[in-house]
Design a protein around this ligand. Structure first.
Ligand SMILES: Nc1ncnc2c1ncn2[C@@H]1O[C@H](COP(=O)(O)OP(=O)(O)OP(=O)(O)O)[C@@H](O)[C@H]1O
Length: 783
């Protein structure tokens, strides 16, 4: 229902007043900022003038120190105030663009008149600092706006529940100081506003959704109780959006204790990182830490192995069906992702506590200083009831002591003499000074030459031994690759005492294949987490205790093994995992997997699951088609936004195929779409598509290394398009040749659900059975 002219005038007048207030505050604050800056420059310039420097005696030195400290404190207080004022100024400028988006009139129980509460991206107080002209959308009272329609309401505050009656709920679209439209809304947050927001052209960056957060999404954003929050949501249902607004909410709610650095988001790929990077700054918050699971693995394992990335693994799964090892590898991918495999490693660790731990010789100049056997004997001489990492630490201490002894003996070796001859003047000078100091200190007289030689020898040896010591401190004497390799050797041998839990029938072949890879220092993606887990259990877990919240987006792509690992890694963090099993594209995700598997990690009491079924990204006709591609798709509700039906074009030859796609791209460009994506099944197919199209159109190929994209036309493999969206999507080849195996269904679904306004499918030859199974009414078939 739209409101009448008088109301509109009232609202515009109020808005004008708020705009004037914002301008006034900007002017005052700007002046403040300039003054503080002048102060800072002044303090820096005169820092030493205002400090009395005198080091004549201990008392004067202490005075000097105190005066310097005081001056430094004044400076840092001014700098803090400056940063704070700058932040406020930025907030005011953001408010100026659109001071608020909603209003609720709340009559609290026991009050005689209602309060008009305006909601925006930040709070704004009047010039007396008394009345809220705008409330931050994260304030407790603001939850009413998202949770209720007019009528009886209640909300939680830190001091208890407040109840009352909501008499009005209104929404605005404000641009440059003018109310462009306003609606009084009912149950959901205005369809009109959502229609307007969702109907816009996409960008290469995600936008914030604070003005139109839906009730279910609000439950995710404001959830504070659960240790583990699981969000299962259809494609385009706002999982990522809810996650990001949740970060903003947590930073506001716990602003005294929580820093952005204590929140980590695991995202599906580097491109996605840049896609979402502007949302939090837009909301006036710093970005949380962002990484991909692979980046983490790489950081921990990169130099030991040639580490396969998940996209290469995916590429293999979708292109190497004719490889004789294919079945073995796919089974290995699934098994190594499982908890039975983790438990097998746990059992292996128990056996290592008793025998078979693998060590490296500590070597120097082609000589063994301490043999692996000696290290092993020492390791097993420790009390076996001590945890392995503790025994390793004791071992490292012992080795450092041994090395010190060896270093002392080493000083008389001929190579040391030779190196001394090669030393330059500076080294001699350094030793000479040391010698003088020693003499002064001891008051002794000794043979300078003899002493100098000794010192030089010690210095030469120490320099060579320092890296060995560092390596020992890093526990580099453990032969980790051999320990991991041995797991497969032992598990394979028939006499093995190591029971492999739930071993697949191809286990022997898996062992042989894994050993082959390891022998050339290659670590497959499926081995990376188990390897790191084993390493951590031996060396001691590198837990991160400062992180308070971990967000895992696209959680369906994480294996139980990886999730268990992450839980150990962040022992004090609450977890928010968001996913959609219909978009599970990795081979390690079992067909019967469910996000509920994660709940076992924390137990039912500490876990909450929220299901999002409404899809906002795509138009109704697109959702009508895409939801029929998957099992259980009838539960997905399209948001009622109209648009063209998807099209399907079948072509007979590659030439015709390329021509038709080119024509379609040109049409889409003409009709004003900002982002157009040609989505290939794999990198291989995307490269082929790019080669065909690039000569005649301005088009960009997105590869796994690409970290950001600009609006325009691009070719992208489906797995890199995960989490991202485009105005128009062209499925490069929706033929049976590309998408017919069950494993390809989810990849196909993921690709199609990237479209916001238009979806065009092209098929070279006969169409995919996934499409063939749909009634023709869901797309327009073009020849
Ligand atoms: N409440 C909302 N108001 C406005 N836009 C919304 C809302 N919820 C979701 N959207 C929009 O819908 C689109 C999809 O949202 P988002 O990417 O967060 O979904 P998702 O569930 O993470 O999707 P996917 O799993 O397919 O990657 C985005 O353009 C987002 O801005």
């Amino acid at each position: 229902m739209s409101t009448d002219g008088q109301e509109l005038r009232f609202e515009q007048t109020r808005l004008d007043q708020v705009m004037i207030e914002i301008d006034n505050q900007i002017i005052t604050l700007q002046q403040n900022v300039t003054d503080i800056k002048t102060d800072i420059v002044e303090i820096r310039r005169n820092f030493w003038d205002d400090v009395t420097v005198n080091f004549d005696d201990a008392h004067e030195a202490a005075e000097t120190y105190a005066s310097m400290k005081q001056q430094a404190e004044v400076l840092s207080e001014r700098e803090r105030t400056h940063r704070h004022a700058q932040k406020q100024l930025k907030t005011l400028h953001r408010l100026k663009l659109s001071p608020y988006f909603g209003r609720i009139d709340l009559l609290e129980d026991g009050e005689v008149s209602s309060e008009e509460i305006y909601l925006g991206i930040a709070s704004l107080l009047d010039d007396q600092d008394e009345q809220f002209l705008v409330y931050d959308w994260r304030a407790p009272v603001a939850s009413l706006y998202y949770d209720y329609s007019p009528g009886p309401v209640e909300y939680e505050t830190p001091s208890g529940t407040i109840s009352g009656k909501m008499e009005l709920k209104r929404q605005y679209i404000i641009r440059e100081g003018h109310i462009r439209s306003m609606f009084d809304t009912g149950v959901t947050i205005g369809d009109e506003l959502l229609q307007e927001v969702l109907g816009k052209q996409s960008d290469s960056q995600m936008k914030s959704i604070v003005a139109t957060i839906q009730r279910e999404q609000n439950r995710i954003i404001r959830n504070e109780r659960s240790r583990l929050l699981i969000v299962q949501g259809a494609a385009g249902s706002g999982k990522t959006s809810a996650a990001l607004q949740r970060v903003a909410y947590l930073l506001y709610r716990y602003r005294e204790t929580l820093q952005a650095e204590q929140i980590v988001l695991f995202s599906p790929n580097p491109l996605f990182n840049s896609y979402i990077s502007t949302v939090l700054p837009e909301l006036g918050e710093k970005n949380m830490q962002q990484t991909t699971f692979h980046e983490y693995l790489e950081h921990r394992l990169g130099s030991t192995f040639e580490l396969e990335d998940p996209f290469t693994q995916l590429e293999y799964v979708h292109t190497a069906m004719h490889d004789p090892h294919y079945k073995t590898r796919v089974t290995a991918i699934q098994y190594k992702a499982s908890l039975p495999f983790m438990r097998t490693i746990d059992r292996y660790l128990e056996t290592l506590g008793i025998a078979n731990m693998r060590f490296k010789d500590i070597r120097f100049r082609d000589r063994t200083l301490i043999a692996a056997d000696t290290i092993s004997q020492r390791f097993y001489s420790h009390d076996p009831s001590l945890a392995i990492p503790n025994r390793m630490r004791l071992l490292a201490e012992w080795l450092l002591g041994e090395l010190k002894e060896i270093a002392r003996r080493e000083r008389n070796k001929p190579w040391v003499e030779d190196e001394i001859e090669l030393l330059d003047n500076e080294d001699f000078h350094r030793v000479y000074k040391k010698l003088q100091k020693k003499k002064r200190m001891s008051g002794a007289t000794f043979d300078d030459y003899e002493m100098e030689r000794k010192l030089l020898a010690a210095s030469v040896v120490n320099e060579h031994f320092a890296p060995i010591g560092t390596e020992v401190k890093r526990l580099g004497f453990i032969d980790m690759p051999a320990v991991y390799q041995q797991l497969f050797e032992l598990a394979k041998s028939e006499r093995s005492t190591l029971a492999v839990e739930a071993a697949p029938v191809q286990w022997d072949a898996i062992c042989s294949h894994t050993l082959e890879k390891l022998s050339v220092a290659q670590l497959s993606y499926e081995d990376a987490t188990p390897y790191l887990y084993l390493k951590e259990r031996i060396e001691g877990f590198h837990t991160n205790t400062s992180v308070r919240h971990v967000f895992i987006d696209e959680a369906q792509d994480y294996s139980p093994f990886q999730f268990a690992f992450l839980k150990k890694l962040f022992p004090y963090a609450k977890m928010t995992v968001l996913g959609d099993l219909n978009q599970a594209i990795y081979a390690h995700v079992r067909a019967d997997a469910s996000l509920d598997q994660f709940s076992a990690f924390f137990g039912a009491d500490e876990t909450e699951t929220i299901i999002l079924t409404r899809s906002y990204r795509s138009t109704r006709p697109i959702v009508e088609l895409t939801r029929r591609l998957i099992d259980g798709g009838e539960a997905i509700e399209p948001f009622n936004r109209d648009g063209q039906k998807p099209t399907l074009t079948t072509t007979a030859t590659p030439k015709e195929h390329a021509t038709k796609i080119k024509e379609r791209i040109l049409e889409l460009q003409k009709s004003g779409h900002r982002t157009i994506a040609v989505i290939g099944k794999t990198a291989q197919e995307s490269q082929a598509a790019y080669d065909l199209l690039a000569g005649e159109l301005p088009i960009r190929l997105i590869e796994k290394e690409t970290v950001s994209f600009e609006p325009g036309t691009l070719v992208i493999p489906a797995y890199l398009a995960k989490g991202v969206e485009f105005d128009a999507v062209i499925i490069y080849d929706a033929s049976a040749a590309q998408y017919s195996r069950e494993e390809e269904r989810k990849l196909f679904y993921t690709a199609c659900t990237r479209a916001m306004h238009e979806l065009h499918l092209f098929s070279l030859g006969s169409i995919s059975p996934f499409l063939g199974a749909l009634p023709g009414e869901f797309y327009v078939h073009e020849q």
